[in-house]
Design a protein around this ligand. Sequence first.
Ligand code: NOJ
Length: 544
Amino acid sequence: MAEATEAAWTASYAARMTPAPWWQTAVIYQIYPRSFQDTTGNGVGDLPGITARLPYLAETLGVDAIWISPFYPSPMADFGYDVSDYRDVEPLFGTLDDFDDLVAEAHRQGIRVIIDWVPNHTSDRHPWFVASRSSRADPKRDWYVWRDPAPGGGPPNNWLSVFGGSAWEWDEATGQYYLHSFLAEQPDLDWRNPEVEAEMLDTLRFWLDRGVDGFRMDVIHFILKDPEFRDNPVLPGDDRVWAYTGQEHLYDKLHPDIHPLFRRIRAVLDAYPGDRVAIGEVEVAPWPDWVRYYGEALDGLHMPFNFQLIFLPWDAAEVRAMVDAYEAALPEGAWPNYVLGNHDQRRIATRVGRGQARVAAMLLFTLRGTPTTYYGDEIGMVDVEIPPDAQQDPFGRSTPGLGRDGCRTPMQWDHAATAGFTPAGEGWLPLNPDHETRNVAAQLGRDGSMLDLYRSLLRLRRAHRALQLGTYRAIERVPDGVYAYRREDGEERFLVILGFTGAATEVEIEETGTVVASTLPDAPDRFTGRYRLRGDEGIVIRLD
Ligand code: NOJ
């Protein structure tokens, strides 16, 4: 063997023989705990409910990890994203013992547990903030961001709250404003204060010691702001549904000082055995800025969440261009990931329709990168229309039309009056009336159901290293509305062909193989170079 070839072969053999960290091959399932399974009858889901449903997640569905949205003590102004104690469990959701049971049982069933960490802000009822606002002389005063009024009076600068209005709240008693990037009930911590950093990093250790496998870090790109507090540039036009989009957010988030801080966050996780994972909620940004969140030496976030599939138009060419650009922008060794939905966005089946939601599932589970799937999407749940005056979500109340309750309705387990979500009474949000027919029990074992499709795609992915870790390459010449790509690992080669519309189309690709999955029933067994893709059809072919 020539030296160069031998070196390349040895490198690729070594790469294949080195086990990938678990989070690269895992499929992550997001649980919004309020809405998953209630065991007490108070209409709110809880931790024992999640434990009870682990066999469904591990065996029936076949996911590898769960990410649980916040379950910390909270006044629930933002349904748990306003934390009043980072080291305990909200009584509505259970106890610390319940959490320990959940982790032990999940691990016994082969499921990793990722929890939410909310570092940008606390609740205004957190004892730290209560102390901070008690007096200018309090030792915790500078744990939060306090500023004097602007010279002419009014807020210190023009920054806006994501949830509406100024990001500054006046505190009469101490005569200063405090910063809140979200609700006034969610004051921002001052991460430039080393005491805050030390204390918050210690909250990570608290949960790492209890065995969590990683964290999803809430709005992590917000935690450092411009130290000079400069005004954001204002964009022209004033007829926006969401006023927040009327500024260029140059100074109130995505500050580059964050990157050295990530190294310190990572060091906390890396001190523990078992590949604990740091996943960050980082909004869509130009690729060169966004990939910096992996860290220069891959010592930042293991995965900044990639939300592009949520925000792009559902179009084959756009999605392909995004995946190719992402692959090209990724630093050497950085691992991609994709998200189709979460508790802040309209569900995938609402956005693209039920037929295309099946194609979206096939895309999510066959791309190169860790997939994150949102509870209920596996049965094709759609958003429930909840009128602005009935919205529980504070964002829905401040910004009609953008409320998030619709995607947070209770999980539809069966056809009972409460959909199997709660043992008695009503859930905290209305059930979708379609739960009588659209539920886990009805779809289990029904050929061609959405759940059946998810189960088979997850099994296919798990069985083939090429689909988990193999290379990705787009196919160049395909008809409009079609996106096709190869996934390969050594001898194992797959071809994925996805139709992004309801129209049928002829596809020609010079390959032959076995059709191992289709989003529609009655697909032919063989692919012989030509295929009539039906409307809303996607197929996976194992190449000869
Ligand atoms: C992002 C979370 O996903 C969202 O639900 C929350 O309201 C904000 N961060 C504020 O914590």
